[in-house]
Design a binder for this molecule. Structure first.
Ligand code: DLL
Length: 458
């Protein structure tokens, strides 16, 4: 189907949801009645399981060991009979042993920097790239981006999926793409101004850096810039952080979810109702499991997200354990999409810090920092283990220019306030180090908020 045929007549794609106008790229699939969607999912699941069994030795061995055959998948619930795929499995099969197509059919490779050693590699056939373009077009369209927009893409180009994913999506809808990639922040802001970008894509933490640069350059975002929409993703973003960027840049922000193992951006999208991330369920089957036991949880429970790619050719994954903690909401959305929504990603199960026996998520600390006007949204959490084997947590945070100018007393007051609020939230004491504005290292992609100095071998 050509791009023009896909551009459904306006009256069909627009839908009034209260005051909001919701654009939908692929109404047929994004708004499918639930029974039809589940029928399509089952057909696709049966097909992908058969392909994996036939073409990927890893899956054949795993399924044989569990005594499950492709023909045992008779309902969607039968997915729970299949083996999980973990990040470790991908590492063991690095780089290409999990591919279901010969390399002659693989036309592009991407990779993410794994936390340990080797990266995770994703391969794409021509059809996979076509699908990726389409799903990224859904993401951009949901945010109101059309062929009239100038899309400044500040996600990193290269092995990271963010840059190329949004590039393909913007190309598919016919928008004007500025393939800026990340870095050279001053130049990015100059280009926003000179080219009149109406939308930009970046990690939320890099958007904060860009917002800072706008301020520094003396640019007035309302009078000088034409930006309307920001597309975020690739890392958690608290509502407070998002509101801060929206205010500073005069934009409406939309989140996107995705991961290298499952294609990149395009797995989930946010619509103008802003109530969670719609998963493109015609291509990805979702489950939520208890991360400890692997047991499938009832809909609506918080747990680890598990995804099966239903249509990818080169690199199909069955029951991939994402390690992302979330909750799935199946209630219909006022935008018209019938696809279920992730009620925000609450960080990764492996991001959780255990400090003095208490579970601490970096996003909790971010929420508190951003609720206090004395601080900038720039912080680093340093975790260490003292000689008596007790974990110690220090939060280094930048105060605002005003607090800095006001002197030591104001800084001390801000420090005490933050220590108190963090104690209320976490139930443990944290050391706070208030530092001057613009002293912490800025991130051009995903922010590194936690420095863990604990030597776990001791
Ligand atoms: O981050 C792909 C991507 C690029 C998504 C651009 C969105 C926009 P990876 O580098 O493999 O891929 O990292 C995937 O990032 O498992 C989540 O933990 C986290 N993540 C991705 N999107 C979000 C989000 C890309 N919207 C990992 N909110 C995932 C929170 C996110 N975390």
């Amino acid at each position: 189907m050509s791009v023009l045929e896909r551009s459904i007549p306006e009256e069909q794609t627009k839908r009034e949801a209260g005051e909001k106008e919701c654009l939908i790229w692929d109404r047929e699939h994004e708004c499918m009645p639930r029974p039809a969607l589940e029928k399509l999912q089952l057909e696709r699941l049966q097909k992908v399981v058969a392909r994996c069994y036939e073409k990927v030795p890893f899956y054949r061995q795993k399924m044989d060991a569990l005594g499950v055959r492709p023909e045992d998948i008779k309902t969607l619930a039968d997915v729970s009979k299949l083996p999980f795929t973990s990040k470790l499995d991908l590492r063991d099969n690095y780089p290409f042993a999990m591919f279901a197509e010969p390399m002659s059919n693989v036309v592009e490779l991407h990779a993410s920097s794994g936390t340990t050693g080797k990266p995770v590699v994703g391969g794409y056939t021509k059809n996979d790239l076509d699908l990726w373009s389409d799903l990224a077009a859904r993401v951009l369209t949901a945010a109101g981006v059309t062929s009239d927009d100038i899309v400044h893409n500040a996600f990193g180009y290269g092995l990271f999926t963010g840059g190329m994913g949004f590039h393909y999506g913007a190309k598919r809808i016919g928008a004007t793409i500025v393939p800026a990639s990340s870095g050279q922040t001053k130049r990015q802001v100059m280009l926003w101004n000179d080219f009149g970008a109406t939308a930009f894509c970046s990690t939320p933490s890099y958007a904060c850096v860009l917002a800072e640069q706008v301020e520094e350059s003396g640019i007035n975002p309302v009078a000088d810039l034409k930006l309307r929409v920001a597309l975020f993703g690739a890392e958690p973003c608290t509502p407070q952080m998002r509101a801060e960027v929206e205010k500073k840049l005069n934009v409406e922000a939309f989140d996107t979810y995705g991961l290298t193992e499952l294609m990149g951006p395009g797995v989930g999208l946010e619509c103008p109702i802003h109530d969670g991330l719609h998963i493109n369920e015609d291509h990805f089957l979702m489950e939520t499991i208890d991360p400890e036991t692997g047991e499938v949880l009832p809909p609506g429970s918080e747990g680890e997200l598990v995804l099966t790619s239903l249509t990818r050719e080169a690199f199909p994954l069955l029951r991939f354990r994402t390690r992302d903690r979330t909750q799935v909401d199946q209630a219909p959305c006022a935008c018209g999409r019938t696809t279920a929504r992730l009620q925000k990603i609450n960080g990764r199960t492996d991001d959780m810090l255990i400090i003095k026996g208490v579970n601490v998520f970096p996003t909790q600390i971010e929420t508190v920092i951003l609720s206090l006007p004395q601080f900038e949204p720039q912080y680093v959490i340093v975790v260490d283990r003292s000689s008596n084997f007790l974990d110690d947590i220090e939060v280094m945070v930048e105060c605002t220019h005003e607090v800095h100018e006001a002197g030591e007393e104001a800084k001390e007051e801000a420090r005490k306030k933050l220590a108190h609020e963090l104690h209320q939230m976490l139930g443990i004491n944290t050391r706070i180090k208030v530092v001057a504005p613009k002293t912490l290292e800025r991130s051009e992609g995903k922010a590194k908020r936690v420095v863990d100095l604990r030597d776990m071998t001791k």
